[in-house]
Design a protein around this ligand. Structure first.
Ligand SMILES: *Cc1c(COP(=O)(O)O)cnc(C)c1O
Length: 384
């Protein structure tokens, strides 16, 4: 399905999916495990909620629209979405991933899937030619852009060109920019993933994952994996996602404009050694961002002088929350080395540059002067 209306309008879910039988504007939460049949051989279209549920189907229809995709499949978490996608591949397959991913992803690859005979190679996709690593059994390329937490930018079209004419699938985790700012399927990706927990939900009140794709056959296989392994999104969580998506465009717009101001502030601050935000003109990936995205997002990483300074910043926060996760209405500060990326080996962290001087911000929709004031206050305190 492709809808010829603006992104903002699609977020309102107006007649995008199922019509509720009573025409409820807020799509009902079908909190039921099973559905009765009137007669043998008859079905309402819904039989058992592990397979399909109306609230989840409504979310999937709306979510597909956001990525201009034919299909969306909703999972219980971003991680189960990633797991579901990797489950498409057989033992003996080889997958090439970027070096800088959400910490849980390499853990899933190395601790679970490698035990089932899937082999992973990590490559610096922002700089290296991936085709050099192609093998006979290579089945997929897997990347995020901008990357977490180093904000490297990967050229999606370039990866898509690299797999053209092969059966290798290009998988992009689009969590950091959300579909409001970037649509990898339109740049040649085969499968797009989201941690729905982040910008799509937007309020830090549930966990969920989404996969968008155009290929009917792959989608059918993915739905079969969801049904068989039992990793679908629950009805109430689906409703929370539908509700969050209604304000996605507004939230992204505000969070991004706040982030741009904060990045410029950080860049000019004597307490900050390096600011990593792809919306800064001197960022290595700026030109690629201009080409493949409609904005730069609300995630910023930055480096301070040393671990002691970073600790003082974290221990003196008042307005920002010191927490993992991202994409909500309130600003969160994360310390990747002890939180999101704590389980990476020191070698893996060093390879991408995650140090004990690095802090990450998920910028919210608060008043931007308050956010800059908080940084100014906490930097002065840490320096004193
Ligand atoms: C959070 C996150 C995930 C994992 O999603 P969950 O919903 O926490 O399971 C995957 N990728 C990225 C980029 C993330 O930020």
């Amino acid at each position: 399905m492709k809808w010829d209306v603006s992104f903002e309008t699609k977020c309102q879910a107006v007649d995008m999916g199922l019509l509720d039988q009573y025409h409820a504007i807020s799509f009902p939460i079908y909190q039921t495990a099973t559905f009765s049949r009137h007669k043998l051989g008859e079905t309402s279209g819904f039989d058992y909620s592990r397979q399909t549920n109306p609230t989840r189907s409504q979310l999937e229809a709306v979510a597909a629209g956001l990525e201009n995709a034919e299909h969306a499949v909703a999972f219980s978490s971003g991680m189960s979405a990633i797991g579901g996608v990797i489950n498409l591949f057989d033992a003996g397959s080889h997958i090439i991933t970027d070096i800088d991913l959400y910490g849980g992803s390499p853990r899933l690859f190395n601790e679970v899937f490698s035990r089932y005979g899937i082999e992973f190679t990590t490559v610096d996709m922002a700089h290296e030619d991936v085709t050099k690593y192609f093998k006979e059994n290579t089945v997929a390329l897997y990347a995020e852009t901008p990357t977490n937490p180093m904000m490297r930018v990967i050229d999606i079209s370039k990866l898509s060109d690299a797999v053209k004419g092969t059966d290798i699938k290009l998988i992009i985790d689009n969590t950091f920019l959300s579909p409001y700012l970037q649509n990898p399927l339109e740049l040649g990706a085969d499968i797009v993933l989201h941690s729905g927990t982040k910008f799509l939900c937007g309020h830090h009140d549930t966990i969920g994952g989404l996969v968008m794709l155009n290929d009917d056959k792959i989608c059918e296989r993915l739905r079969r994996i969801v049904t068989t392994t039992g990793v679908a999104m629950a009805p109430f969580d689906s409703w929370l996602l539908l509700r969050g998506i209604r304000t996605l465009a507004l939230r992204m717009e505000r969070a991004e404009s706040n982030a741009q101001r904060i990045a410029e502030y950080l860049k000019g601050s004597p307490y900050v050694k390096r600011t990593l935000y792809p919306g800064l003109k001197d960022h290595e990936g700026y030109d690629i961002m201009i080409k493949q995205a409609r904005g730069f997002g609300a995630m910023i990483s930055f480096e301070v002088a040393d671990r002691d300074f970073a600790e003082k910043v974290l221990n003196n926060l008042e307005l920002f929350y010191f927490a993992e996760s991202l994409g909500g209405t309130e600003t969160l500060m994360t310390y990747p080395i002890t939180q999101t990326h704590a389980e990476l080996t020191p070698e893996m962290r060093e390879r991408v540059g995650i140090s004990d001087r690095l802090l990450r911000l998920s910028v919210g929709i608060e008043g931007v002067d308050d956010l800059i004031g908080e940084l100014e206050r906490v930097f002065k305190k840490a320096a004193s």
